[in-house]
Design a protein around this ligand. Structure first.
Ligand SMILES: [Mg+2]
Length: 438
């Protein structure tokens, strides 16, 4: 069977989302800033901004220097998630199988389209229809690639960006010939180096190597790579549902926090959130760690291993509190960042049993009820003590008190906007100015 796999990928997704949320930004250079105040480093930039040299990973003030007329947007992750969902909802109407791989990327299995759907149209027109549908409904531009395997489809998208490219059956080897093996998704630095040592920098080079040599060097992967480079790797789209192996959270506080009680409240509230997420996925954790990064970037941390896997807030939070107090004992530096990780996960069965109610089942019922309440009345309807305390602290975080230590970001903001106020407070005014100028 000739597999036809479509890869769809949002163009500059976060930046495109900002434009979808505020249509006035259409056609303008836009980038999204990360970091504490949304003015740290660039985490996404659109095509117009890229033309000025604005790149992911550069400091926002550098981006501003390169492109003074551009717009810096603060990230709105919840909105990005919502738009991503809308995008996938459109995509699932077009194929029997959709495999999302990231917030803005997914694969569709179009293998069965040839004989039926594509009889009266071309693959190109069909895919263009999909892309237009997304642009119309979600207001997000997407690029797409079509090939005989998901890897090839992804390479086709990269080659097409922005737009669509089909690698027709029989043209795979030709398409790959001059492409660097570096562009293959999932290829590690070590394999790249080993291939380079064999003189194989492009797929064309790989195709010319004897297949037994690749098999000897890289095992089954080498054999597959050889088939791929020769255009003979024809692979069905598989939906792999893997259990999560870890869950973690890594938060930089809004400012360096000298109050350890506030930092602890945050850590407990965040742990509660992680454990809730694990229970929703029917998982529990055997090990966890807590790491604190201080204002001077030094770190302290410790981990804990439970006797049995745990899923209860009270038990886990008691341990997190213990670790927190241990590692902060004798410390004086303000807290910059809090990292929590849980791993060594195992299944948690919250299903009703015939033999009476188990603790797991009770917790499952509790989580279900909580979920129903929060969907109906909002996320603040049910909170743990730590979450409630954090909410009150959060209000304080909005108006930093005198105890708040020096924040270098403020200096940065002053340099950028000539004021020490919120860098986005004058966004509307700036936009108007830009609007008049353009
Ligand atoms: Mg993308």
């Amino acid at each position: 069977m000739n597999h036809r796999i479509l890869h769809v990928d949002g163009d500059s997704f976060f930046a495109s989302c900002e434009i979808a949320l505020d249509q006035k930004l259409t056609g303008r250079p836009v980038w999204v800033g990360g970091g504490r105040r949304g003015d740290g480093i660039v985490i996404a930039s659109n095509r117009q901004a890229k033309k000025f040299g604005v790149k992911t990973g550069m400091a926002c003030f550098e981006a501003r220097q390169l492109c003074p007329t551009g717009v810096l947007c603060r990230p709105h992750y919840d909105e990005y998630r919502r738009l991503s969902q809308e995008m996938f909802r459109v995509l699932e109407q077009y194929a029997p199988m959709l495999v999302p791989v990231s917030i803005d990327e997914g694969f569709l299995d179009l293998s069965t389209m040839d004989s039926v759907v594509w009889r009266n149209t071309t693959p190109e027109k069909y895919v263009q229809g999909i892309c237009e549908h997304i642009t119309r409904e979600v207001k997000i531009p997407v690029s797409a690639g079509l090939g005989n395997s998901s890897r090839l489809a992804k390479l086709a998208t990269d080659a097409a960006k922005p737009g669509f490219m089909e690698v027709k059956p029989g043209e795979e080897k030709e398409f790959l010939r001059d492409r660097s093996v570096r562009d293959l998704s999932g290829i590690g630095k070590n394999r790249q180096r080993s291939l380079a040592a064999l003189g194989a920098l492009t797929f064309g080079h790989v195709a010319e190597l004897p297949s037994h040599l690749l098999k000897k060097k890289f095992g089954i992967w080498g054999q597959q790579l050889w088939l791929f480079a020769n255009g003979r790797w024809n692979e069905p789209l598989l939906l792999e549902v893997k259990d999560r192996t870890t869950i973690s959270s890594n938060t930089t506080l809004p400012y360096d926090e000298p109050d350890y009680e506030a930092a602890q409240t945050f850590a407990l509230s965040e742990t509660t959130r992680l454990i809730g997420q694990l229970r929703r996925e029917q998982l529990q954790a055997r090990e966890l760690s807590l790491t604190i990064r201080f204002a001077d970037f030094t770190e302290a941390g410790a981990s804990h291993r439970f006797k049995h896997p745990q899923y209860q807030n009270s038990v886990i939070n008691a341990v997190v509190q213990g670790i927190f107090q241990d590692i902060m004992n004798g410390q004086v530096k303000p807290v910059r960042q809090i990292r929590i990780a849980c791993w060594n996960l195992s299944r948690l069965d919250t299903q009703p049993t015939l033999w009476g109610r188990t603790g797991e089942e009770r917790w499952g019922a509790l989580d279900d009820a909580t979920h129903q309440l929060t969907t109906r009345f909002g996320p603040a309807a049910v909170m743990t003590g730590a979450q409630l305390a954090l909410r009150q602290l959060d209000d304080a975080h909005k108006k930093p008190k005198a105890k708040c230590p020096f924040v270098p970001q403020r200096e940065m903001v002053k340099k950028l906007w000539g004021t020490d106020a919120d860098p986005l407070a004058h966004k509307a005014e700036r936009e108007q100015r830009l609007f008049r100028a353009s």
